[in-house]
Each structure stands twice: as structure tokens, then as C-alpha cells.
Design a protein around this ligand. Structure first.
Ligand code: SAM
Ligand code: DTB
Ligand code: SF4
Length: 331
């Protein structure tokens, strides 16, 4: 079976499901070779962008996302916290910057951004931007007018994940629809912000759902600049706590297909690294992952220590990406 490396049309990409499934079905070595080749054509294969996360409002979220420890529908024993003060953000952003992180992502457990909270979030964004870091927020659904204000404050990226396929979505979340997600993504693109959008592997979905999720991302009018691929972090008290673990090769395949479908996007090896050994992470980098969340905590769950990550980078000859070493052709 011949597989197109991409199928660019003047209006954007138009990946068909059979060709994406064809990629998933390739022998592992063929898939990795193809993905690594696409990666090299577009990026420095030995540079990885590092982003740090901070939860600015934790828990009590009205949405019922089955995977999420912050949903008010599940009892996970999480310590809840209302919107934190800007001073706390400054301390954490400075720490992240000192450790070599170039992007600071602030996440809130909200269904949507409320106008009441906008000025404080805007202040957080402008403060982090003034510290010389790229800024990203993930605040749930958001309107165009609100996005314009966040952009004015210095926002670079808005993270809003589709999480899974349209078909599997209602198995995971019932308090909003896949179309709601797409609508917000259109608002983000219209506002001229960079999009960070990806999903989760390991929620009981099949390979076809993973293919469809990547198809939706790749065929957006503008491919997301950043594509986080999360491996489900199983949190006690969430409905997905007992989900069967994902096979590492299936996870690596998902990264590889994301790289091939979205050649100029940063593909982020996101949540779930705490459960991955070094070899799995190394294969993810070979498959085209070129961004990670860096720092001991994601939003509420554990992430590998900075020390462990730097040791792994050292073993692999990988450099954290900074402004000076970004390859020109990268998105
Ligand atoms: N409330 C906002 C929203 O859902 O858009 C922003 C925060 S939410 C925590 C951001 C993303 O984190 C989710 O879309 C999901 O992809 C990811 N996430 C949350 N819990 C996770 C888990 N247990 N394992 C993997 N990814 C998770
Ligand atoms: C994304 O795709 N993954 C990050 C970020 N975007 C906001 C969040 C991962 C959260 C994992 C569970 C937790 O720590 O609460
Ligand atoms: Fe709320 Fe976001 Fe968690 Fe869903 S993923 S429960 S919207 S914080």
C-alpha cells in the first residue's frame, strides 16, 4: 500500500482516514523511519522545547471529564484552590525560567473563562511575558472578545484539547460536545493566537479513534502549532482509574503518526512520562516528539524531576530549545 507523506491542498491538509490507518498499520521500524525523516526535514532532531505548567485554579470543575482529577463529579481527594495571586505566578514562572523553560502554561479548572476573572488572568499573562517567557493558558471555553483581551496582555498560545475522536467523545465527557471544542478552537485561530491542541491516549479508545482524533487535528484550517499527546494519568477516584495501561509501542505509534500528519507542529510528549521508562521516551523523541512538560508537577499530578529529564537529555544528546537554536524552517 502506498502512503502519501502528506496530501496538501491549497486550503490546507486533507488527510483521509484510510491513509492514516495505513500509517498506524505500518511495521514499527518503517513508521519510525518515516516519522523521523519528516521530523528532520522540518526541525533540529536534537532540540526539544520545554514548557512548564502551573495550575492557577484547582479542582471543583463543573465538567465531568472522566479522566480528570479536577472534576467536581469525582472524589479524588484533591486539594482545591481558588484563583491564585499574581505573586505566586511570578515565583513559579521565575523558577521555571531559571531551570531553562521557555514557555509558561497556566491552567484553570473552569468550564469557561468568566469575565470577572479576566483582568487577573490578563495580569498574570503580561507579567510572565515581561519576564521573557512565551505564554500559554488553558481556561476552558472562551469567547472572541475575551481572547482579544488576553492577546493584548501578551498571550502567545491557548491550549484547548479535543482529547479523543468525535465518535468516542461522549463516552468520556457528557457536559459539553466535540462541536463546542471545535467552536472554541475556531475562536482561538480567529483571534490570531497560536493553538495548542491535542488529546489523550489510553482512555479505552481504539486505534480508529486515535486515527480520527489526529485526522481532526491535522485537517483543521490551520494545523495547531503545538500538539500535546498525553498518556492517561490514572488518578484514584476518577472513572478511568482502572483503565488498562497503554502498550508503549501503541503510544509511540501515535506520536509518529502525529509527526507525519503535522510536519511543522511541535508534538509534545505530555502527561504520562512519570510512568514511562527512558527507552520509551527516547523512542518518542525519535518518532518526532520535540516538546515536553518540564518540572516536577503537571497541573495536579507528578511529572519526572528536572534532574531526571536533564540526565535523559544528556544521555540522548538532546538540547533544550531556546531562542538561539530554533531551526528556521520550524513552525
Ligand atoms: N479546563 C480546561 C479544559 O479542559 O480545557 C483546561 C485544563 S484541562 C486539565 C487540560 C487538559 O489536560 C485536558 O484537556 C486533558 O487533555 C489533560 N488532562 C487532564 N487530566 C488528565 C489525565 N488524568 N491524564 C492525561 N491528561 C489529562
Ligand atoms: C495538556 O495537553 N496536558 C496538560 C496541559 N495540556 C494543560 C495537562 C495534563 C494534566 C495531567 C493531569 C494533572 O496533572 O492534573
Ligand atoms: Fe474541568 Fe478541564 Fe478537568 Fe474537564 S479537563 S474536568 S474541563 S479541568
Amino acid at each position: 500500500m502506498s502512503i502519501a507523506v502528506n496530501n496538501k491542498k491549497s486550503t490546507g491538509y486533507n488527510w483521509e482516514l484510510p491513509e492514516i490507518l495505513g500509517l498506524f498499520e505500518l511495521p514499527f521500524n518503517d513508521l519510525l523511519f518515516k516519522a523521523a525523516s519528516v521530523h528532520r526535514e522540518n526541525f533540529d532532531p536534537n532540540a526539544v522545547q520545554v514548557s512548564t505548567l502551573l495550575s492557577i485554579k484547582t479542582g471543583s470543575c463543573p465538567e465531568d471529564c472522566k479522566y480528570c482529577p479536577q472534576s467536581a463529579h469525582h472524589n479524588t481527594g484533591l486539594k482545591k484552590e481558588s484563583l491564585i495571586d499574581v505573586e505566586k505566578v511570578i515565583t513559579q514562572a521565575q523558577k521555571a525560567k531559571d531551570q531553562g523553560s521557555t514557555r509558561f502554561c497556566m491552567g484553570a479548572a473552569w468550564r469557561n473563562l468568566n469575565d470577572r476573572d479576566l483582568p487577573k488572568v490578563a495580569e498574570m499573562i503580561s507579567t510572565v511575558k515581561d519576564m521573557g517567557m512565551e505564554t500559554c493558558v488553558t481556561l476552558g471555553m472562551v469567547e472572541k472578545e475575551q481572547l482579544a483581551k488576553l492577546k493584548d496582555a501578551g498571550l502567545d498560545y491557548y491550549n484547548h484539547n479535543i482529547d479523543t475522536s468525535k465518535e468516542y467523545y461522549s463516552e468520556i465527557i457528557t457536559t459539553r460536545t466535540f462541536e463546542d471544542r471545535l467552536e472554541t478552537l475556531a475562536n482561538i485561530a480567529d483571534a490570531g493566537l497560536k493553538t495548542c491542541c491535542g488529546g489523550i491516549v489510553g482512555m479505552g479508545e481504539g486505534v480508529e479513534d486515535r486515527a480520527k482524533m489526529l485526522q481532526t487535528l491535522a485537517n483543521l484550517d490551520k494545523q495547531p502549532e503545538s500538539v500535546p499527546i498525553n498518556m492517561l494519568v490514572k488518578v484514584k477516584g476518577t472513572p478511568l482509574d482502572n483503565q488498562e495501561a497503554v502498550d508503549a509501542f501503541d503510544f509511540i505509534r501515535t506520536i509518529a503518526v502525529a509527526r507525519i500528519l503535522m510536519p511543522k507542529s511541535y508534538v509534545r510528549l505530555s502527561a504520562g512520562r512519570e510512568e514511562m521508562n527512558e527507552q520509551t521516551q527516547a523512542l518518542c523523541f525519535l518518532a518526532g516528539a520535540n516538546s515536553i512538560f518540564y518540572g516536577e508537577k503537571l497541573l495536579t499530578t507528578a511529572n519526572p524531576s528536572e534532574n531526571d529529564d536533564m540526565k535523559l537529555f544528556g544521555k540522548l544528546g538532546i538540547r533544550p530549545e531556546n531562542k538561539e537554536n530554533i531551526k528556521d524552517c520550524a513552525a
